[in-house]
Design a protein around this ligand. Structure first.
Ligand code: SF4
Length: 474
């Protein structure tokens, strides 16, 4: 255990005393709630926040009607910020009824100086504010919020520290996200992530492998390796290894059944990675490959460092080498300077790559990014027209693509009892497609074989044919 980890455990014990005093005062065990905004990397960080809160004596709940509420924020689009301010208003009235309540904010939004200023002036009821770089210091900051008056604010510009072995409270017993690296050096011109998550730093491979072995010992069968751009994994390590090499090591772990990863930037997805995916028995047949735009002119303004032709050639190569792969993507419509001809280029790529799904976003101006200062911000009506056209083509091609397995058998990791109909279970195929089928709740967390009877747009209805075993299934 590194020195900083030991130090944080010291503060967890100290915070525990404060929570015990609060338990006396309230005459009950105080409750807490961790609310996550944004991406899977945030979701994984939130599991650490919940792990620390449980360790210091809080009862972890799903309701924000709690004694300690923390928002782990996102700032990738402006509406994410607005949602946080809106939700803070609700917490303010809760705190009026529960003066012992503490409110904390962390995550990407807190790395924006304008946000801190606004919180200091208009949201003084917030007790604790920290950023993305010092999340490992949560226990120490929690102590300060018990021992000091007023709002505690601790935001770091950057860090090269990665602190391991902090407590974790996982949401799912059978699957887990694993942050393999932090930060991003790509500086796509529309993106705020490099400014709020800092420079790329990778975790040591042995720490990642140790964590996964531990998770498998606890019953995890599927892991999702996470990074802003996993292709850059390992570059800053003393003994650099490639992401493909890391995957080969993870593949060796006994008991692990499925490996997923995101996100892979098209500019540096290697031949080696394609071969590792092709030969693997465990890497899932799904690749998320963000396109953003199909127009080479716009890709240049976005600083994406690949052209339309290069992206198409890469997608073709991946399909040739791994024919049963599902490719999904991210698309931005309305980037400054975009014309309807550019939108047509994007539509052309969608038709040629045939995505299983695409997350389509309207461009959101992020202060501090180069794109925010660009001229030719696109008029809203033109953005809407382009967005609707892109969405229609995405849905049409995806519906056709997802339906290609109708009538076949697939191995499905059962994730939950269906929220709409509790007679049904819901799970995911290796290619990430959702499947609903009748079955008992005991199967949650298991991989079963399901006959895909009917494709209903982006998911299948089916019935179970056996618990795994059958060779001839997807
Ligand atoms: S690769 Fe580009 S879009 Fe993705 S996080 Fe980095 S800067 Fe943002």
């Amino acid at each position: 255990m590194c020195q900083e980890t030991e130090r944080q455990y010291y503060y967890m014990d100290r915070a525990r005393q404060h929570v015990q005093a609060l338990t006396q005062q309230l005459g009950r065990i105080p409750t807490c709630c961790v609310t996550t905004f944004g991406c899977q990397m945030n979701a994984r960080d939130s599991e650490k926040l919940a792990g620390i809160l449980r360790r210091v004596g809080y009862e972890v709940t799903e309701t924000e009607d709690a004694d300690f509420v923390i928002f782990n924020t996102c700032t990738v689009r402006d509406n994410a910020n607005q949602r946080v301010y809106g939700r803070l208003g609700e917490l303010k009235s809760r705190k009026k009824h529960n003066p012992a309540m503490k409110i904390a904010l962390c995550g990407c939004m807190m790395q924006e100086p304008a946000v801190i200023e606004k919180l200091r002036s208009s949201y003084r009821f917030v007790d604790l504010v920290f950023g993305t770089h010092n999340i490992f210091k949560f226990a120490e900051l929690l102590c300060r919020s018990f021992e000091e008056q007023g709002m505690i604010v601790d935001i770091w510009e950057d860090t090269d520290q990665i602190v391991e072995d902090l407590p974790v409270e996982r949401k799912y017993p059978f699957k887990s996200g694993i942050n393999i690296m932090f930060g991003c050096n790509n500086f796509c011109s529309y993106c705020i992530v490099p400014y709020v998550r800092g420079r790329e730093r990778s975790r040591e491979p042995m720490e990642i492998l140790r964590e996964i072995r531990q998770l498998v010992a606890e019953g995890v069968v599927e892991v999702m390796l996470l990074g802003q751009n996993v292709n850059s994994y390992g570059k800053n390590l003393e003994n650099p290894i490639s992401f493909a090499q890391l995957l080969r090591e993870v593949e060796q772990i006994e008991g692990l059944e499925r490996i997923r990863f995101m996100t892979s930037h098209p500019k540096d997805l290697s031949e080696e990675l394609i071969q590792v995916m092709k030969e693997s028995k465990k890497i899932c047949r799904h690749l998320h490959l963000p396109l953003q735009s199909g127009s080479t002119r716009i890709l240049e303004r976005m600083n994406r460092r690949y052209t339309k032709e290069q992206y198409l050639a890469l997608a073709e190569k991946i399909r040739r080498e791994i024919p049963d792969i599902a490719i999904t993507t991210d698309i931005i419509v309305g980037f400054p300077g975009e014309t309807m001809e550019d939108v047509e280029e994007t539509i052309d790529v969608i038709r040629r790559v045939k995505y299983d799904n695409a997350f389509t976003f309207i461009y959101s101006k992020r202060t501090g990014t180069p794109a925010a200062a660009m001229e030719n911000q696109v008029p809203q009506d033109q953005v809407k027209e382009g967005f609707d056209r892109v969405l229609k083509v995405v849905q049409d091609t995806a519906r056709e693509q997802v339906a290609r397995y109708q009538g076949q058998r697939a191995q499905v990791l059962v994730e939950e009892v269906n929220t709409q109909d509790e007679r049904l279970l819901t799970g995911r195929m290796s290619n990430n497609t959702l499947v609903h089928f009748p079955g008992p709740p005991e199967l949650v967390g298991r991989i079963v074989t399901v006959l895909l009877e009917e494709c209903q747009g982006f998911y299948y209805m089916g019935h179970m044919v056996s618990e795994k075993s059958l060779a001839k299934s997807l």
